[in-house]
Write a protein that binds this ligand. Structure first.
Ligand SMILES: Nc1ncnc2c1ncn2[C@@H]1O[C@H](COP(=O)(O)OP(=O)(O)OP(=O)(O)O)[C@@H](O)[C@H]1O
Ligand SMILES: [Mg+2]
Length: 446
């Protein structure tokens, strides 16, 4: 399968990549092999195939595989002190790599296998090495192009929801108490530059009419003022911004969008935990949900285009045509997901819910696990759902308007307009939503 994001790399000609490969060799990777994969002797540079990840904004990322056994691979990440973002070069703390390493250990202890296994952190060179999750693809690629070959399963989505909830619940102030949470904050002290960057890019710049880095389609841009000046939207945005910066509830991933989730053998795992911190649990789910809804909207509009350009046989009655059209509008990834769901036999099988299935299965599992693990009741669950949907609505607006950005949205002004609509509807109606079903019904209204 093509891997457009990874490009074969002439590593010796690139100083920072060379440093990463040398760090890998110096750290004696053979010692990390399992008993099932004994590799005789010490590894040399000649034993390796090195690919560079092309789409990273924040770090240098390479993948190293063994020539003699390509199923054994490693992902190596180096944190530069400054990153180029639209309009600015933002200094970021280099300790974020060490932080990510600690987060991976923490997450793995609580929910084994939910993140990659960290192998070493080279402190002097600021390099993190993890075991490669074999055969994985980003959730974005899996949903956009996986189609009928997608190996994503309902149980995989559920396990992501329950792993995230397990991490949140085990580190929650309701579990640890005030002293326990203070100790956790001591282990993961807030890297303010990281929080400030997300606050600026997600909660400020998109909502500033004069910001030069907003990038949505011009048809969408013309309707922005009405959306952003709406009192309910403003209030929700302010609350999300406050909660993001101030609420200290539990350990959060901190940047959990669809490119921070990979699909590996049907399982969904989290990667890129460099923004880990003690923060509001609803932020992780809100961001993930928003970016999932973006993919699903993009898919729906791509199929509507395809459908509109293909002719419908004239023998069909109007009703037949209507039925066929509705069925075709379902994203292929979601169709496949639906089919896998039936095989899994513990799926939400209502066909009318296919479009949001990944999102609603994830939410249901997350909310149920959180509520159970924290010994809480339905009121708690409803309050948490509202916080998640507030973050979700604000994130939808932020990613459509920019500067946060997903390439796949660029070519679809229709999907951008749809996500703007969904975000606005969510924020205006969040007080009326008390269950995942309410959320699904609201999102699916035309
Ligand atoms: N252990 C792993 N196994 C397999 N693939 C991985 C692993 N870690 C990361 N990846 C892949 O490499 C990509 C880049 O890694 P990562 O997201 O950690 O880099 P980043 O520089 O922080 O990216 P960004 O700039 O988007 O924040 C991920 O999107 C994922 O597809
Ligand atoms: Mg990152």
């Amino acid at each position: 399968m093509a891997e457009p994001r990874w490009v074969l790399c002439d590593w010796e000609t690139k100083p920072e990549i060379k440093t990463m490969v040398l760090s890998f060799l110096d750290n004696n990777p053979s010692q990390h092999f399992t008993r099932q994969e004994p590799i005789a002797g010490t590894l040399e540079a000649d034993d390796l195939v090195v690919h560079q990840f092309q789409e990273s904004y924040t770090n240098h990322v390479i993948r190293v595989r063994l020539k003699r056994n390509p199923s054994i691979g490693f992902v190596i990440k180096m944190a530069p002190a400054c990153i180029p973002l639209p309009g600015v070069h933002v200094p970021l703390p280099v300790e974020r790599g060490e932080r990510e390493c600690l987060a991976y250990s923490f997450f793995n202890n609580i929910a084994p296998g939910c993140v990659p296994k960290p192998l070493f952190y080279d402190k002097s060179r600021r390099i993190l090495c993890t075991r490669e999750l074999t055969g994985c693809r980003s959730l974005t690629d899996e949903l956009l192009t996986g189609g009928r070959n997608s190996c994503m399963s309902v149980s995989g989505v559920r396990s992501l929801g329950s792993s995230l909830a397990s991490v949140h619940a085990a580190t929650h102030i309701l579990t640890l108490g005030t002293d326990g949470l203070a100790q956790l904050r001591h282990k993961f002290p807030t890297l303010h530059a990281m929080v400030d960057m997300i606050r600026l890019f997600h909660f400020e710049k998109p909502f500033d009419a004069a910001d030069p880095d907003r990038h949505c389609a011009s048809a969408v841009m013309t309707s922005l003022d009405d959306v952003i000046n709406d009192a309910a939207v403003q209030a929700a945005k302010e609350e999300a911004k406050r909660s993001f910066a101030e609420d200290c509830e539990c350990l959060i991933h901190g940047d959990l969008h669809v490119d921070s989730v990979v699909v590996s053998g049907g399982d969904l795992k989290m990667v890129d935990a460099e923004f880990v911190r003690v923060g509001p649990c609803a932020f992780d789910m809100g961001l993930l949900l928003a970016t999932l809804l973006m993919i699903q909207s993009r898919q729906r509009h791509a199929l509507m285009h395809k459908d509109a350009s293909s002719s419908v046989p004239s023998t069909r009655t109007n009703q037949d045509t209507q039925t066929a059209h509705t069925a075709d509008m379902v994203p292929p990834a979601a169709v496949e997901f639906g089919e896998t769901a039936s095989r899994d036999n513990h799926a939400v099988t209502d066909r009318t819910r296919r479009e949001t299935r990944a999102a609603d299965v994830l939410m249901e599992e997350y909310l149920t696990t959180m509520t159970e693990k924290l010994g809480q009741d339905n009121m708690f669950m409803q309050a948490l759902l509202k916080k998640i949907l507030t973050f979700c609505g604000v994130e939808l607006l932020a990613w459509v308007i920019g500067p946060p950005h997903m390439d796949f949205m660029d070519s679809s002004p229709e999907a951008q307009a749809d996500c703007l609509r969904i975000g606005t509807v969510l924020l205006k109606n969040v007080d009326k939503i008390s269950s995942v079903d309410d959320f699904v019904n609201l999102v699916q209204q035309p």
